[in-house]
Design a binder for this molecule. Sequence first.
Ligand code: FAD
Length: 291
Amino acid sequence: MTQENKNLVTNYPSAKYSWLKSGGKISNLYKIHNQIDLINLFSNNDIKAKSLLVIGNLSNTLIKDEGFNGTGIKLIGDFTNIQINSDHMLVGAAVLDNYLSKFCYQKGISGYEFLYTIPGSIGGNIFMNAGCYNQEIKDKLISVIYFDINKNKIFEKEIAKLEFDYRKGFQKKNKIILYGKFKITHNEPIYIKNLMQEYERIRNQTQPKKVNCCGSIFKNPKNQTAWKLIKLSIDDGFYNGPIKLSKKHSNFFENEPNISAKSIELFISKIQKRVKDKYKIELEKELRIID
Ligand SMILES: Cc1cc2nc3c(=O)[nH]c(=O)nc-3n(C[C@H](O)[C@H](O)[C@H](O)COP(=O)(O)OP(=O)(O)OC[C@H]3O[C@@H](n4cnc5c(N)ncnc54)[C@H](O)[C@@H]3O)c2cc1C
């Protein structure tokens, strides 16, 4: 058995692992432990030629029912490590937000408290420029270290040279985010802990808990709040049934599991139509839909 085959999972059921509990299968998902795995895998031109999908913690992704038939990548192993250096932290793309936040608290590093309440991974955060409570991942980053599958090589780019914007991070074709280099600022652990708890309190107060969702379905339009526009545009029917919005937060789903991706997409377009008809505003999806 080749190294490549050992790392291959066929027909990976995204619905089982995604936060939405919906979505098609990934026909070939390669688990990548380290840089050698990556270089070996992408030395194969057939694999390189197919379309690429990197998955993180699947908290913002829905794969269409037909499934994804290109090259799927899941980083594990070396990419779950955090290394503290004199002037920065090197954080693997597979590190989960909540884990990084708790790790920073233990080390007296402040600035990562907001990640305590986001269920993604650092790779997903850097791709999305994730954020909450007036902070975004770009504010904390020094640089992004990524693998270019066409050049079969690793590169590093400073954040100042990347045009991150609201929910638009490192969204580059055929590139895999491997690590983020992050700033370090120290503070008292009690300050850090209080902030983490405060963010958790706000989150619990304003958003549904333990539901099948993807966080915010839509981005906030400029100077507007998506949930308010939705709430004022829809009727009660949108809060009932197997695919439904949360009464607590109208930009969140509270779906039943194993709903087809097609029906979720249809539901999304119905919401977009209602908001467009009433406010002439086009809601843009934050959720990534993959085909
Ligand atoms: C309950 C809940 C609350 C949420 N709250 C927030 C919030 O407050 N703020 C916020 O910004 N988001 C929020 N989200 C959305 C989500 O957690 C973020 O978008 C997060 O950054 C996604 O990370 P992930 O690892 O789950 O990415 P995935 O969903 O797995 O992937 C998202 C995108 O990133 C790409 N990607 C992932 N890893 C890599 C990589 N290593 N290299 C290249 N591309 C990659 C994927 O291809 C995909 O296009 C929430 C989601 C849920 C379910």
